[in-house]
Design a protein around this ligand. Sequence first.
Ligand SMILES: Cc1cc2nc3c(=O)[nH]c(=O)nc-3n(C[C@H](O)[C@H](O)[C@H](O)COP(=O)(O)OP(=O)(O)OC[C@H]3O[C@@H](n4cnc5c(N)ncnc54)[C@H](O)[C@@H]3O)c2cc1C
Length: 334
Amino acid sequence: MQKSGYKNMWVYIEHDGQTATPVGLELCCEIRKLCDAAGDRLYAVILGDLCETEVEKVKGCGIDGLIFVSGTGYEFFNTDAWANAFAVLSRKYKPSAIFVGGTINGRDFAPRFAVQLDTGCTSDAMELAYDPETGDIQFIEPAVGGKIMAVITVPVMRPQIGTIRPGTFRYAPTGAKENIEVIHEEISYDPDAIRCRHIDFLPDEADPEMDIAHADCIVCVGNGLKDSEHLERYRMLAKLLNGKLGCTRPLYDRGILPYKLQIGQSGVMVKTKLYISFGVSGAVNHTAGVDAEVFVAVDRNPDAQIFRYCDYGIVGDMDEICDEMIEQLQAGKA
Ligand SMILES: Cc1cc2nc3c(=O)[nH]c(=O)nc-3n(C[C@H](O)[C@H](O)[C@H](O)COP(=O)(O)OP(=O)(O)OC[C@H]3O[C@@H](n4cnc5c(N)ncnc54)[C@H](O)[C@@H]3O)c2cc1C
């Protein structure tokens, strides 16, 4: 394959017609930097109708072009029409790289069109870089149980495809460029060939306690927790700090807290002002999901890896230290 025949980078904009999912905007802002390094143009790809105000938001992320796809098959998300549209577009325009938000839908269709194009798809990258020597994108993510950061490239085939977890990059729009190129493509997919049927849509019940991605303060409880009876004090600490409770994966695995509170590579990515971890060892799969202005770690093991990440470390028993914090805060409020 002639890699030089493939140019420019694309970001898929997932939406429900009214709102673009934040990850598409985050990706546009980040991929802008890669395009600048590579001398590529950045295109946002929108399937189906998206309202004009949201399209303006996409434009504000420094894109060079927009590709709108219309036709049959886009009334509801389905892997068949989505994968087909990207395969058709890619064969026609030959982008060098395509980035898809690692949402449930993105993780579903991205590998499928990668297979159709005989190329590679990297899932859940946590960092991206452009290698000027090879012209390859480096997809960087934890591997071997989080012990190393693996650099994954697609050195031979094009396009390079990757899914990126929501919240990995910041939404920092640089403003709309003048003369954004607009391309309209009609790619119809036979509705009878779609192998799934839309039966109903049941939205998640909104529970503010479960929405931790942008909480100002997070009290994160790890596997050091003895059992669920010991959890209440951490809830109380979070409440006193106007924060929210989060957890590591073992607490979800143990059935103590729900998946929506799991922070890390395979959970929620959080951006917060204050992060206090209790009984968290500091596996990179967890810490990769934490972007905190101030990181405080409590662990009884002075050699725990978490102490390499935190701004302030406290060695001791997690329950005792949590109780002490509660006491101090209550005394301060009294
Ligand atoms: C592909 C993949 C994806 C993953 N994704 C995630 C993810 O999204 N999020 C995530 O969290 N993990 C994830 N993991 C798991 C991750 O590798 C770690 O196993 C996990 O983060 C460890 O959680 P922990 O620190 O709570 O538990 P442990 O590693 O068991 O650490 C417990 C800590 O508690 C301390 N402790 C014990 N008792 C006390 C006490 N009384 N007082 C004070 N300290 C005490 C111990 O010293 C220890 O440091 C993933 C793994 C893989 C392979």
